[in-house]
Design a protein around this ligand. Structure first.
Ligand code: BES
Ligand code: ZN
Length: 598
């Protein structure tokens, strides 16, 4: 047996064997809720080792064949405490020869695979056909594909996916836009990607083009609404390319998923996966698309080497997202988004400084922890603010030159925080010997450095003043919210004084009908206020929301606020018991912790 070590949340021996190409041949079985077939892996055993070690979690392997002829011995080993580090799964150890080139793994997934979400027909927009989607980031790819599940490993892939004829499968690869008679679909991803970008969805999916190079996939019931919302898609791709270099992935399409998708969006290459909660009907939430599109550079082209370097993916992406929004919709609009983000960061920062101060560093230490823990406003917004601070110091033109150089230098590679610092010093800071930039403080120290840029959105300032006035008044007096955008609403709700608003809740609701809003962002912030003030009229609406939406960003604060009171906790638990099955494992686990059900 080889010595199996865990490095960077992976057991795989990527230092000894190069994982070059993956071919998947899978049948989608909606009855059994499994994927079944073969993963054929092309390797270069440059070290001449006798073992190929892959990551896996709950995969059932029946047979492994080397170079198309000889059966290989294999075993699963658990090498760390599986009670506390259950997320790691099992090392799949395969005995190979010095000159083995191809390893064919015959396997099936488990119905509990965390990356796979099997939706019943009732959980879809059309209510007629079931639906499957995957979510591989951070380390869930191993629950549906045996692979080297570390962002440091890149490989090309292809796939043949077989399903019943009512379905269309789509992947993070060159896609098919229509159904075919055989119901076997071929996919190619010719650029090397890390495993966390492997993605598949299968459902009653249709496509609508939104330009030469982009379009949207969705259930037919959602297709027109989605196309309306994403009308600016091709302008976004052009705008992003004008900023940081040609779009590298050919097409850019979006798949709109059913509401149980646990994230806002996922940057699966060529095909962003998105929550339907951004289809607000007024195009007000499309910055999420700018974000996922920006990942086509930061993340997908230049990838964080380990999950400790996650801020290199997300911080750069939030910065880039804001630049895209500014380019398309102007600075006042972008400032408004940015100030909202900074407001969220300040709350998270205060909270973390009291509980887990170490997690306020940009460079994380996630050893022994689930990399999911790194997904907070720190990587996203503190990361972005650090980059904005540097932009302010050297000027936009010089900063953009540097970023272009960075994306070009590291394209299709990974980068560590330390490599980034070295590159920053060598290519930018040397030109400014008099500037004394505190990058070490930003990256390796806790808290928010004093030179964090301020954002002054004029629009939000106006709303902030309205909130102050409203807070001071004893009785309800209506606020002039005509022409309010989603973001102005959010700023208003976040600036109302939750402790003194109780008697005004009913008046606010009857004037603005917030309980009945269909904008998921506004609903979330309003419902938080309702819970804090025990405003009972809203509770059926909250229940309905929690029953139908699976996006963790919304579920989390609502359940957290509910669990602050005994009756709220009971209410939360009752809803959770009914809703649990419609939540993705990622959301379900977070809520279980909040409700102390573990
Ligand atoms: N890559 C992330 C989603 C992710 C991160 C999934 C870590 C699993 C682990 C994606 O790009 C993202 O950041 N989504 C955000 C939206 C964004 C506009 C901030 C989300 O889902 O809320
Ligand atoms: Zn992101």
């Amino acid at each position: 047996m080889p010595n199996i070590t865990e490095h960077n949340h992976s057991y795989s021996n990527y230092d000894s064997v190069t994982f070059q190409h993956l071919h998947l041949a899978l049948v989608v079985d909606f009855e059994k809720k499994i994927l079944k077939g073969k993963a054929t892996i092309s390797i270069d055993n440059h070290s001449g080792t006798h073992f190929l070690i892959l990551d896996s979690k709950n995969l059932e392997v029946s047979k492994i064949i080397l170079d198309g002829k000889q059966e290989a011995a294999f075993s699963f080993s658990k090498t760390i405490d599986t009670a506390t580090q259950n997320y790691m799964g099992q090392a799949l150890v395969i005995e190979i020869e010095k000159n083995t080139k191809q390893v064919e793994i015959n396997y099936e997934t488990s119905p509990e695979a965390e990356a796979l979400m099997w939706l019943s027909a009732e959980q879809t927009a059309g209510k007629k056909y079931p639906f499957l989607f995957t979510q591989s980031e951070a380390i869930l790819a191993r629950t549906w594909v045996p692979c080297m599940d570390a962002p440091a490993v890149r490989f090309t892939y292809s796939a043949d996916i077989q399903c019943d004829k009512q379905f269309l499968p789509v992947m993070s690869a060159e896609n098919n836009f229509e159904r075919n008679k055989k119901s076997i679909y071929h996919f190619e991803m010719k650029q090397p990607i890390p495993s966390y970008l492997l993605a598949l969805a299968v459902g009653n999916i249709e496509f609508k083009s939104l330009g030469d190079n982009c379009g949207v996939f969705a259930e037919p019931e959602m297709l027109e609404k989605s196309a309306y919302e994403f009308a600016d898609l091709s302008k976004m791709v052009a705008g992003a390319s004008a900023l940081y270099g040609q779009y590298a992935w050919g097409r850019y399409d979006i798949l709109v998923l059913p509401p149980s998708f646990p994230f806002g969006g996922m940057e699966n290459p060529k095909l962003t996966f998105a929550t339907p909660t951004i289809i607000a009907g007024d195009r007000s939430l499309v910055s999420l698309v700018a974000h996922e599109l920006a990942h086509s550079w930061s993340g997908n082209l230049v990838t964080n080497h380990t999950w400790d370097d996650f801020w290199l993916n997300e911080g750069f992406t939030v910065y880039f997202e804001e630049r895209i929004m500014e380019k398309l919709y102007g600075k006042p609009y972008a400032d408004m988004l940015s100030e909202l983000g900074l407001g969220e960061l300040k709350i998270t920062m205060e909270d973390f400084m009291k509980t887990i101060p170490g997690d306020t560093k940009l460079k994380l230490n996630l050893k022994g922890r689930n990399p999911d823990d790194g997904m907070s406003d720190i990587a996203y917004v503190k990361g972005c603010m650090f980059l904005r601070m540097m932009e302010n110091e050297v000027g936009r033109a010089n900063w953009d030159n540097f970023l272009n150089q960075y994306f070009n230098h590291f394209k299709l590679k990974t980068v560590t925080t330390e490599q980034f610092i070295a590159f920053l010093k060598a290519n930018l800071l040397v030109k400014y010997p008099k500037l004394n930039i505190n990058y070490d403080e930003w990256i390796y120290e806790v808290g928010l450095p004093k030179n964090c840029p301020q954002i002054n959105s004029e629009k939000l300032k106006r709303v902030g003043a309205m909130a102050i006035e409203f807070n001071l008044l004893k009785d309800f007096k209506s606020i002039d919210t005509a022409n309010f955008t989603t973001h102005e609403w959010l700023w208003l709700l976040r600036n109302l004084n939750a402790d003194s608003i109780e008697i005004k809740m009913a008046d606010i609701d009857s004037k603005y009908h917030l309980s009945e809003s269909t904008n998921a962002e506004i609903q979330c912030d309003w419902y938080i206020l309702c819970i804090k003030n025990n405003y009972e009229k809203a509770f059926p609406f909250i229940e309905n929301y929690l029953m139908h939406i699976g996006r963790r960003k919304f579920l989390k604060p609502l359940y957290e606020n509910l669990s602050k009171s005994e009756s709220g906790l009971a209410f939360g638990k009752t809803i959770f018991a009914q809703a649990e099955n419609s939540y993705h494992a990622v959301s379900r686990n977070t809520i279980r912790e909040i409700l102390k059900l573990n």
